[in-house]
Ligand binder design. Structure first.
Ligand code: SF4
Length: 424
C-alpha cells in the first residue's frame, strides 16, 4: 500500500505529520494534497530518509544534481559534492552519473546521505548499451525496466523518466526545428533510439508496466522534460508543449493508480514567458507538483549561470513552481566542482525563498533581518542569514574601529546617526 493509497483512505501517515509540522499547515491539508496528486512526499521501502514534502502550499524545494561524467569520474569528489550540497541546504539530491561504475557510485552516494535521492535510470540503460553493444541505439527495452527496478531497490526515492517523448513529440520537433537543438541527455538518447529502431518510446508504450514498478518500489515518478529547450529562443515551442500534454495525461493515470508524480518543466525561458509556462503546466496537469530547471533567462552569461537561473527560479517559484533544480556556475562549461555545487545550491535557495515571499507570503525572516540591521545586532543578522559563515567572514575580514557599524560608511553609519533620535 502506498502513501497515496493511505491518503485517499483518509489515513494521515507519519510522513504527512512531519511535513505538516515543518511547513506550518494542517495534517489534513497535506493528506488531501497527497491524495489529489498536488503534493508528493518521496519515500522508499528500502531506506529511511529525511522527509520532504513538495507541492502546493509548501515551501519551494531545491534539488542539487551531482554525478560523474565519462571525462571526470571521481567517486570521492561526488561524495564531497553531496556533502557540500547538504551543507548549503539542498532539500534533495539527484545522482546522475554517466561515467565509471554506476552501481558503486550510486550505492556510495545513497549511503552518504539521508536526503531523498533521485536518478535517471535511462542514462544507465543507454550507456551500458553503448559500452556492451556498441551504441546507445542498441539499448534493449527489457534492460530499461530492469535497471529502473534495480535502482529503486537501492533506495532511490524519485526517478526522472522520459515518458512524454513519443512519435507525436518527435514529429513536432522535426517539423519546427530548433535554434539550440536538443539538450536533455535523456531526450537525445530516447529520440535517437526511436528514430534508429523505428519504435515507440517504451516508457510511453509500456507506461502501465512502468507504473507497476514505481508502485511496487514506492518510487515517486518525476516526468522528465526530454524536449526542454537549450536556448531561450526555443522556449515554449511546440515540441515542449506536446511533451507536456503527453506527460500531463500520463501523470493523471499515475495518480489514479496511487503513484506519486512530479512533472518537470523547461530550463531556458525568457522572463516574460515564465508565468505562462507555470500557469499552463499547472492547468494541464491538474496542479501536479512542478519541477522547474531554473529556468535560465539569458543564454549569454556562462560562468554565472547559477545567478542567471536564480533570477528565473525566483520568478517561477513566485508563480507557483514547487521544486527547483539548481544550476551551478559551471553549467554549459564543465562538470562542477564541490565549491560550485555549494554556490549553486545557495543561489537556488535564495531564489526559492524570494519566490516563497510572494507565493506563500513567507517574510518573517526578512522582517527579523530588518530589525536586526536597524538595531545593529550582528549576531542576529548572522542567525537569519542564508549563509551565516560567509556573512560573518566578510565582516570579520574588514572590521571597523567602532564595531557597532561596518566599514561601508564607517563614522557616518546612517543607522547609528538616526538611532540617536528615533526609537522605532
Ligand atoms: S555603516 Fe552603513 S552599511 Fe554599515 S551598518 Fe551602518 S548604515 Fe549599514
Amino acid at each position: 500500500m502506498s502513501i497515496v493509497t493511505d491518503a485517499k483512505r483518509g489515513i494521515v501517515t507519519d510522513e504527512m505529520k512531519i511535513v505538516a509540522a515543518e511547513e506550518g499547515v494542517t495534517e489534513d491539508f497535506v493528506r488531501r494534497g497527497v491524495a489529489e496528486g498536488h503534493i508528493v512526499i518521496p519515500v522508499s521501502p528500502y531506506r529511511d530518509v529525511k522527509i520532504c514534502g513538495i507541492g502546493e502550499g509548501l515551501r519551494t524545494k531545491v534539488n542539487a544534481s551531482i554525478g560523474t561524467s565519462t571525462d571526470i569520474s571521481d567517486i570521492d569528489m561526488e561524495i564531497e559534492k553531496a556533502r557540500q550540497a547538504e551543507i548549503a541546504g539542498t532539500d534533495t539530491l539527484m545522482e546522475l552519473s554517466t561515467g565509471g561504475d554506476f552501481l558503486d557510485i550510486r550505492k556510495r552516494i545513497i549511503a552518504s546521505t539521508n536526503l531523498s535521492v533521485g536518478s535517471v535510470p535511462l542514462y544507465q540503460a543507454f550507456i551500458e548499451a553503448a559500452i556492451k553493444d556498441g551504441a546507445v541505439v542498441n539499448m534493449k527495452e527489457d534492460d530499461l525496466f530492469r535497471i529502473t527496478a534495480e535502482q529503486a531497490k537501492l533506495g532511490t526515492n524519485f526517478m526522472a523518466i522520459h515518458t512524454g517523448i513519443n512519435w507525436e513529440t518527435v514529429k513536432r520537433l522535426r517539423n519546427q526545428g530548433r535554434h539550440g537543438g536538443l539538450v536533455s541527455r535523456g531526450g537525445a538518447f530516447m529520440t535517437a533510439w526511436m528514430l534508429h529502431n523505428e519504435k515507440e518510446n517504451p516508457l510511453y508504450s509500456e507506461f502501465d508496466y512502468l507504473i507497476e514498478i514505481m508502485k511496487e518500489h514506492e518510487v515517486t515518478l518525476s516526468m522528465g522534460n526530454g524536449m526542454r529547450a537549450g536556448a531561450i529562443h526555443d522556449a515554449t515551442d511546440r515540441a515542449q508543449i506536446q511533451e507536456l500534454i503527453i506527460n500531463a495525461e500520463l501523470a493523471d493515470k499515475a495518480t489514479k493508480q496511487d503513484v506519486q508524480v512530479i512533472v518537470e518543466g523547461p530550463g531556458h525561458v525568457p522572463i516574460d514567458e515564465i508565468a505562462a509556462n507555470v500557469t499552463l503546466m499547472k492547468r494541464v496537469t491538474n496542479n501536479k507538483p512542478f519541477y522547474m530547471l531554473g529556468p535560465i533567462v539569458t543564454d549569454i552569461a556562462p560562468g554565472y549561470d547559477d545567478r542567471v537561473a536564480a533570477i528565473g527560479a525566483a520568478i517561477s517559484s513566485s508563480c507557483g513552481a514547487d521544486f527547483i533544480c539548481y544550476v551551478t556556475p559551471a553549467e554549459h562549461l564543465a562538470l562542477p566542482t564541490p565549491e560550485e555545487v555549494f554556490e549553486g545550491v545557495i543561489s537556488s535557495r535564495i531564489a526559492a525563498h524570494v519566490g516563497d515571499m510572494i507565493k506563500l507570503k513567507k517574510r518573517d525572516a526578512d522582517l527579523e533581518m530588518g530589525h536586526a540591521r536597524r538595531e545593529l545586532d550582528w549576531e542576529r543578522q548572522f542567525n537569519v542569514a542564508m549563509n551565516p559563515k560567509r556573512a560573518r567572514a566578510i565582516r570579520d575580514e574588514r572590521m571597523p574601529a567602532d564595531t557597532d557599524g561596518c566599514t561601508m560608511c564607517g563614522d557616518y553609519c546612517a543607522l547609528k546617526i538616526v538611532n540617536r533620535y528615533f526609537k522605532f
